[in-house]
Design a protein around this ligand. Structure first.
Ligand code: ADP
Ligand code: MG
Length: 418
């Protein structure tokens, strides 16, 4: 499947190259996150730890100890390492006649344990009905499937903090499910890999799970400059016509981004956009000037998590857009009344009926849970009484993104809505 995708995208690039003579690319996809590099550099220790964790599967031992947690900043290779491990273990297990399925779940796409479990089931059972079962019933069904298929399901929850934002119960439910499966035979099981940028999310777990987890944390340190250069050089070879980018320009790029703590994703994206600009300008080389120009643009995008925004439902987008629009017009923080007014205007423009206050308020809560906005409640003190009174409470809303990104955010939302 992946081979087919790679093949099709390479053909795409080839055709694109033929149409567009001025291109510096051999294969632009080599700079995207969906690309699997031939070699993962500097992450042998982490890959080995993950493999060690699962070796009891192949020794037919019962009881794999607890879950695995991969922690590190953005762009430190967590997703790449987990997916690569998932591919290898599936192949290896097949060879050893053990039934293993690896599911990699991008949590920005699911907002509740219900949605998530439905998605999981549909990956396992093609005919699984879209509605009708509760989360508990779905989990029960999953248990049954693992048992009758003698299946080990390894489920990775990538960027798990996003899911926890919207459904704090989820980890507890999944851990309970894992515990239930631990009682059973070695020939099937449920194994959880959590990927997160922040370890603090685990504090929500009960103390016994938490203490067992501490042994299973795998840290992804930030790459240093030389590591970044090696990773980039390997990609540059795949992506660009030889000679497009000189070592000096690469050094320039990694130095500039140093303060972004070794985020490989940003560097690769900067290279990709630089390549597009050089091609459009009919230039054969990616110069430090182009890189500098692109960095200005990418910095704006840096804080905007596109997949999170794209996963918003339509009415949520409208409310969020109204907050952004009002903020870029210079008003911040905003009261809910001001937002509601702007939201109604937006609905009017779109010819859709605005939601009633209760639903509107639920959306505000959801946006805050997802970390897109911040809520601050101001309780006015009664001067005659030192005690705080409930009356006079006003909620103030601000965007969670730096001000320099608001215009770009507005543009992105505008494209999604209109
Ligand atoms: N060690 C590495 N070797 C090769 N490519 C890497 C390495 N680490 C990261 N990358 C690349 O950098 C980008 C970001 O990695 P990713 O796994 O998405 O980071 P994270 O999930 O930690 O945010 C991807 O394109 C990935 O292929
Ligand atoms: Mg990732």
């Amino acid at each position: 499947m992946t081979f087919m995708v790679t093949l099709v995208t390479s053909i795409d690039t080839l055709l694109g190259n033929m149409l567009n003579k001025n291109t510096v690319f051999l294969d632009e996809t080599a700079l995207t996150t969906s690309y699997f590099p031939q070699e993962i550099l500097f992450r042998k220790k982490q890959l080995k730890k993950i493999a060690d964790h699962f070796k009891s599967l192949f020794r037919k031992e019962k009881n794999i100890q607890s879950h695995l947690v991969l922690v590190g900043n953005s762009g430190t290779g967590k997703t790449l390492v987990a997916k690569t491990f998932g591919k290898s273990i599936t192949v290896f297990a097949k060879r050893h006649h053990i039934n293993v399925t690896y599911l990699h779940i991008d949590c920005s796409q699911h907002r509740s344990s219900y949605e998530l479990m439905n998605h999981v089931m549909r990956q396992l059972v093609k005919w699984f009905p879209k509605r009708g079962l509760s989360t508990a019933e779905i989990i029960e069904k999953l248990h049954h499937i693992l048992m009758i298929r003698k299946l080990h399901l390894i489920m990775t929850l990538d960027d798990v903090e996003l899911l926890i934002h919207s459904d704090p119960e989820i980890l507890y439910q999944l851990v309970r499910f894992w515990e239930a499966n631990q009682q059973h035979h070695h020939n099937h099981g449920f194994h959880l890999i959590l990927i997160t940028k922040k370890l603090q999310i685990l504090e929500q777990l009960d103390s016994s799970t938490l203490s067992s987890l501490h042994k299973n944390i795998i840290i992804f340190d930030n790459y240093d400059e030389t590591e970044l250069i090696s990773i980039l050089q390997a990609r540059v070879k795949k992506a660009f016509i030889p000679g497009t980018i000189k070592k000096d320009s690469l050094l320039f790029l990694t130095r500039q981004w140093k303060f972004h703590q070794g985020n490989c994703k940003l560097l690769l994206e900067t290279l990709r956009i630089s390549g597009i600009i050089a091609s459009q300008n009919g230039q054969q080389f990616i110069t430090p000037e182009i890189i500098q120009e692109v960095m200005k643009m990418t910095k704006q995008k840096l804080y905007i998590n596109s997949s999170l925004i794209k996963s918003l439902k339509f009415q949520e987008l409208l409310v969020f857009y109204s907050i952004v629009k009002k903020s870029t017009n210079g008003k911040t923080p905003l009261t809910t009344r001001e937002i509601k007014k702007k939201y109604e205007e937006t609905c009017h423009q779109m010819r859709v009926t605005p939601l009633k206050y209760t639903r509107f308020w639920e959306i505000i809560q959801e946006l805050a849970r997802r970390g897109l906005i911040k809520k601050k409640i101001d309780v006015k003190k009664d001067p005659r009484n030192a005690r705080r009174r409930k009356r006079g409470r006003t909620t103030y809303i601000t965007l969670s993104f730096p001000r320099s990104t608001w215009k770009e955010l507005e543009r992105e939302l505008f494209q999604l809505i209109f």
